[in-house]
Design a protein around this ligand. Structure first.
Ligand SMILES: [Zn+2]
Length: 334
């Protein structure tokens, strides 16, 4: 028993010494690396930590119905020159809180009620103060809609974005967001298909930088345009075989809202380029919202349902004409 105790004590002492030596070695090493770090290094490390901890929106279910978009838009535009300019995004965020994001409950009376509450309380913050998710909806809807309304070059205020289908060209669409698609692998449909005739000029919805241009197995000839603030990525796919884009487009180039970017077609669903494998000619139109770069080209992409947005964009369509008889390219009417 005594011998056993001695042995344990010896082992314990040995372990203790090992631990102490290890701690000394590790701490001296840590001390050394802190010593050699300049203030600038520390700043970078701190910035990295802050960035990693930074929280950003991971998902949005965009359920705002057309009637709410339309009424909030009218309230915003009609009050622009008055003493109290209502912000349609704030109104929509209040409605989302009231309905728990279920816009089937939408009633114009609620919108009018929020407008008068803001007027009486003096600020939207006062009205939203007990709404737990107001900030979330406000940030989410701002990321989607912040460039939709604004001041034009001539000083007038109104819609700055356009329908992706040129004026006087017909199209049809239905609610197809989340429908299943089987080509390649089982997945859901992350956009809205606008059925129209081959060659229909496709319009840039918002001003932005061409981020992707060229062939993609699923999208065929496609173009991805990112808004200048980086928050919105517009995806236009299945463009026309042989002549998908307006001449002169390249990645990195800025295109303006309302400009012709290409033509409706039926390319895609093929590894081989320039193949028509889509049965019905249509434009696949998608809108991805980006809060953090890690959400680009990853499984964390946020695609929103744009059906009601397309309905809303019908208010502003770009007129076009054939501007080049040789290339048969179209341009917007300025
Ligand atoms: Zn589609």
């Amino acid at each position: 028993m005594k011998n056993n105790f001695k042995q344990y004590s010896k082992r314990f002492l040995f372990s203790l010494i090992t631990v102490v030596i290890t701690v000394i070695l590790v701490s001296s090493h840590t001390f050394k690396s802190v010593q050699v770090s300049s203030d600038l290094d520390i700043q970078y490390i701190w910035d990295d930590i802050k960035t990693e901890k930074k929280d950003f929106i991971k998902w949005i279910d965009f359920n705002v119905c057309y009637d709410a978009l339309d009424a909030a838009y009218r309230l915003d535009v009609n009050s622009y020159t008055t003493d109290l300019h209502y912000n349609w995004i704030e109104i929509l965020a209040l409605l989302a809180c009231k309905y728990g994001n279920d816009f089937d409950k939408y009633s114009k009376k609620d919108l009018d009620s929020f407008a008068s509450q803001i007027k009486n309380a003096g600020s939207v913050e006062a009205v939203a103060k007990n709404m737990k998710y107001y900030d979330y909806y406000y940030e989410a809807y701002s990321a989607i809609l912040c460039e939709f309304l604004g001041v034009h070059e001539d000083g007038s205020y109104g819609m700055k974005v356009f329908l992706p289908i040129a004026k006087n060209y017909s199209f049809s669409h239905y609610k197809d967001f989340g429908a299943s698609r089987s080509y390649g692998f089982s997945r859901t449909h992350l956009g809205n298909d606008l059925m129209g005739s081959i060659g229909t000029p496709i319009i840039a919805v918002e001003t932005g930088t061409i981020f992707h241009l060229g062939w993609n197995q699923y999208g065929g000839w496609r173009i991805g345009i990112r808004s200048l603030d980086g928050k919105r990525y517009y995806y236009y796919a299945h463009m026309r075989k042989n002549h998908p884009y307006v001449q002169g487009l390249e990645e990195g180039m800025v295109v303006n809202a309302g400009d012709v970017i290409g033509y409706l077609g039926m390319t895609g669903y093929s590894i081989k380029e320039n193949v028509n494998n889509i049965n019905v000619p249509h434009l696949h139109f998608g809108m991805q919202i980006v809060f953090d770069e890690s959400q680009m080209d990853s499984s964390k992409e946020i695609w929103i349902d744009v059906y009601n947005i397309v309905e809303f964009l019908k208010k502003n369509r770009s007129s076009v004409y054939m501007s080049d008889s040789e290339t048969k390219d179209y341009s917007r009417v300025k």
